[in-house]
Design a protein around this ligand. Sequence first.
Ligand code: SF4
Length: 169
Amino acid sequence: MPPKILLSACLAGFNVRYNASSKTVIDTTLQQWKEEGRLVVCCPELAAGFPTPRPPAEIAAANGAKVITNQARVIDAQGNDVTDQYLLGAHLALDTARRHGCRFALLSDRSPSCGSQTIYNGAFNGQTQPGSGVTAELLRQHGIEVFSEHQLEALIERVRLVELGQAIR
Ligand code: SF4
């Protein structure tokens, strides 16, 4: 079976970001995967019950791995601790990925949930730092290969190699 890809809903064009916008990625391979039924669209924050719009949130001077091990918190711009909802969203995304057999994920970078290369630094000053959000980290910990929208070409190549391996087996 061709590999499936979990896709951040905001990258798929849905206006689900904290400010009710999207970050639509337009690409012919993505479109082909969509037509082949291989994209599984998911927004961990909406799955956890957040509304759109909602206050932005950041991981306080840490990363998703620290949140998962209860060593760091996710705080929104109004000072509310939203860690539990972020963890819930991550686990729901993992459940979705497993249910659909997703081997890969293409997730929106910088998000405290979906960020996989960089995330905001927790000071709400627009500065980023290397690191992963809660969902991206949890997916990786369970064997799902996570790519950001800046790594789309690398994902396409990786999927191509896996398909090649399946074809010659
Ligand atoms: S949680 Fe992920 S899918 Fe949802 S809006 Fe944020 S970056 Fe996009």
